[in-house]
Design a protein around this ligand. Structure first.
Ligand code: PMV
Length: 353
């Protein structure tokens, strides 16, 4: 744990405390795939925080002799999630010994299917970390200022890398870059530069090809990048794509932004397919939808591009100005191929409930 968190002190919880937060999912336009040590990214990434794909979490902390964790997910006890959170809390208790003397009741729900390539671990971890930090702030009687969100982002990163970007709304950056000295490897930062109005309220239609749990987790995927023969080339490509993307966002040019976000998605999946233990998370329908989007773009001449995270689902990205046309097209052409469509868009970030 770094000094930004350890400086919070060693308080003891002596009364019951409660916090409730809603945190959004985010979709990476520049992908984080490969890390050094405890979620230190190998390249800068950039994401769009969503508005409707959310996790809502309540954390109840009660003083106890030992650490105990229960996790109720969508009305059902979820021992696997409880175990994951306990591991995370045990890791944090190396610095924050007081965490060992708490009973944690976590109650959470999502507005979208979990572990299906929508960053549910990001919104879930962000919501949990906001609750935990909120309770630590209550214990220390601290105001929820700018540093609260930096700390929440830092904490979320330790739990699940890309979760650190879900702490902020809009376009969010994570990872050191020569373009801006304030960009950090340890927490995310909202993109500060002026974004062209063309990209000011981006839309994301999420085409759910499959809501099944994916066979290889992101944790495993990041690990495989450590022994990947092409990893250094991929990290250089991501850095260069990151710089180009920022340029495109600034000048409002889809002919720069669109191809980069599609290239990022396909490079991510190419890494999976070419790793020493290769695997494929795409499904035949994902490819069918990619062709559909490309064909629609050519025919309509509208700026409609796709991206994909570590799963089979497609995120269709387009500006607000073409929302009605794209939604009609997706309802007519994509709906029969998918389990569900979530029409999402840029969101403002987490909210206390
Ligand atoms: O945060 P993780 O460990 O779940 O990894 C996220 C990886 C991608 O979603 C594929 C890319 C990203 O930057 O969000």
């Amino acid at each position: 744990m770094s000094s930004i968190l350890s400086s919070l002190g060693q308080t003891v919880l002596n009364i019951e405390a409660r916090a409730k937060w809603q945190a959004p999912s985010n979709i990476a336009l520049i992908k984080y795939w490969g890390k050094i040590g405890p979620q230190i990214p190998a390249n800068p990434s950039l994401s769009l925080t969503l508005s409707r794909s959310l996790s809502e979490t309540t954390l109840l902390c009660t003083p106890s002799d030992k650490m105990e964790v229960s996790f109720e997910f969508e009305g059902k006890n979820h021992p696997k999630f409880a175990q994951k959170m306990e591991q995370f809390l045990v890791g944090l208790s190396a610095e924050w010994a007081f965490l060992k003397k708490i009973k944690y009741n976590i109650i959470s729900k999502n507005t979208f299917p979990h572990s299906a390539g929508i960053a549910s671990s990001a919104s879930g971890m962000a919501a949990f970390c906001l609750c935990l930090l909120d309770i630590i702030y209550q214990m220390n009687n601290l105001p929820k200022d700018e540093l609260f969100y930096i700390r929440a982002s830092h904490l979320s990163r330790l739990g699940s890398g890309s979760a650190c970007r879900s702490i902020y709304g809009g376009l969010v950056e994570w990872g050191q870059s020569p373009l801006d000295q304030s960009y950090s490897d340890t927490h995310a930062t909202p993109v500060k530069m002026a974004i062209h109005p063309e990209f000011s309220h981006l839309q994301d239609a999420i085409l759910i090809v499959s809501s099944e749990e994916k066979p290889i987790s992101s944790r495993e995927g990041h690990g495989r990048m450590g022994v990947h023969p092409y990893s250094s080339v991929r990290f250089s490509q991501a850095k260069s794509n990151f710089e180009q993307l920022l340029k495109g966002l600034k000048i409002g040019d889809w002919s720069i932004v669109g191809p980069i976000i599609e290239s990022e998605a396909l490079s991510l999946h190419a890494m999976m397919m070419t790793s020493p233990e290769p695997y494929i998370l795409l499904k035949p329908k994902t490819l069918e939808l990619i062709q559909l989007i490309k064909h629609f773009r050519e025919e309509s001449q509208l700026p409609v591009y796709f991206t994909i995270d570590a799963g089979p689902n497609l995120h269709v990205i387009y500006p607000e100005s073409v929302k009605a046309k794209v939604q009609t097209f997706l309802e007519n052409e994509a709906r029969p191929l998918v389990e569900a469509i979530i029409f999402d868009e840029e969101g403002h970030g987490p909210q206390v409930c």
